[in-house]
Design a protein around this ligand. Structure first.
Ligand SMILES: [Zn+2]
Length: 400
């Protein structure tokens, strides 16, 4: 039965410790080592396991790659350290934790309690899913939160951080437990460990936490997504939250410098730029249409079929070209062709008619010219893998 007297529970701030190797066996990707005591937290309760090194005497450091419980979830206290080198059974070892990693996880875990406790108190929603990653912590709630709710939760969470409330791990007796109000995901067997942050949250938890909320430093909710009456919050705490804010400020600074505006003017400046771009695109389109109209004015088709080969036209331009030809010349069928931009081997085409069904001809041309595409009876479009000369003579043969 779990007694919570492992070193990582008794002394969650222990970064270094001494122990004795009790077993060492070859594992898939290294060696599975057990010690008579350990400060390495094994993966569990949503919190990733610790990393670090184990060293025998003045020998080289063996890298601790991952740490897990021998029987996951059973709390037998037996911890397996997956290490990249063999260590002699019986040897004294010095363990050293990757403290940045562990501290990040303690800040993250404590921050998650603060957020979950506040959401539960304000809205009655339960934390129904929890994942602690390096990029962010994901917390799922069984209810819908709005962006305004989330901002309120974040502000309250950071107020709890500034108040620097104690974070305690309680091991209550069954009687004491009966009188405790705490959040719990499942019915635990044996001793329950309740992590209490006075006035903020009480929750059954087997993770490691900082000893007061002030040490979380900062809680930043990055993203809110709602789906099927559930809400997922992505957040960062402590050092990782600060780092994310630094990066966000850096991006903002680069953008505001580039736009030569103040930070707070960036959204408006980007909207303005986007509107200018749309206006220029519109003007460019109009200039393109004017050119097409000029070209059509020079056409004097002798018969009812016009084949127009023009460079630099997209499908929309080709459609406009066909419409102009049908409207302004005696032609009743028009084929507009232009080399596909960025692909020398293909031609874009649009064919339009003032009455005739072009679909059969389109199919035949596609088959003959390695093409694809189709459309409505009087307007087909697509591309062919051929040259302008071959395309023009095929069109004249089939539609002429
Ligand atoms: Zn916890």
């Amino acid at each position: 039965m779990e007694t919570f007297d492992e070193l990582y529970y008794r002394e969650p701030y222990a970064r270094e410790f001494d122990a004795r190797v009790t077993s060492c066996t070859a594992a898939d990707e290294g060696f599975a080592i057990e010690l008579d005591q350990t400060a390495f937290y094994p993966t569990g309760g949503g919190q990733p396991g610790d990393r670090g090194t184990l060293t025998v005497g003045s020998g080289e450091d063996a890298l601790v790659v991952s740490v897990r419980e021998a029987i996951p979830g059973k709390g037998t206290g037996e911890v397996i350290h997956l290490v990249d080198a063999t260590l002699p059974v019986g040897a004294s070892v010095h363990g050293s934790l990757d403290w940045t990693w562990r501290r990040d996880n303690m800040e993250a875990h404590t921050g998650e309690h603060i957020i979950s406790g506040i959401v539960h108190a304000l809205f009655g929603y339960n934390n129904v899913g929890f994942h602690m990653g390096e990029r962010c912590i994901e917390v799922d709630f069984d209810g819908v939160l709005t962006p305004e709710d989330v901002l309120d939760v974040e502000r309250r969470a950071n107020a709890a951080v500034r108040e620097d409330v104690r974070v305690e791990a309680l091991l209550p007796s069954p009687d004491e437990l009966a009188s405790l109000d705490y959040r719990s995901k499942k019915d635990h067997e044996g001793q329950i460990r309740v992590v209490r942050i006075a006035g903020v949250d009480s929750c059954a938890c087997c993770g490691t936490h900082v000893s007061s909320t002030g040490q979380v430093g900062l809680i930043k909710i990055l993203r809110l997504t709602t789906k099927k009456k559930r809400t997922r919050l992505e957040l960062l705490c402590g050092r990782r939250a600060l780092e994310a804010c630094e990066k966000a400020m850096q991006s903002l600074r680069e953008t505001s410098n580039f736009l030569t505006v103040g930070d707070e003017e960036v959204p408006e400046a980007v909207r303005r730029l986007s509107a200018e771009k749309d206006e220029l695109k519109h003007q460019l389109k109009q200039a393109g249409h004017a050119q097409i109209e000029q070209f059509v004015a020079t056409l004097a088709p002798k018969d009812s079929l016009a084949v127009c080969c023009l460079p630099g036209l997209d499908v929309e331009d080709l459609r406009y070209l066909c419409e102009c030809v049908l409207e302004r010349t005696p032609a009743t069928v028009c084929a507009g062709i232009s080399p596909v931009e960025g692909d020398d081997s293909r031609l874009a085409y649009v064919m339009a008619s003032s009455g005739a069904d072009l679909r059969a001809a389109c199919k035949e041309l596609n088959a003959r010219l390695g093409g694809r595409g189709g459309g409505k009876p009087q307007m087909v479009q697509g591309s062919w893998a051929t040259t302008l000369e071959v395309a023009e003579s095929a069109i004249r043969e089939i539609l002429g």
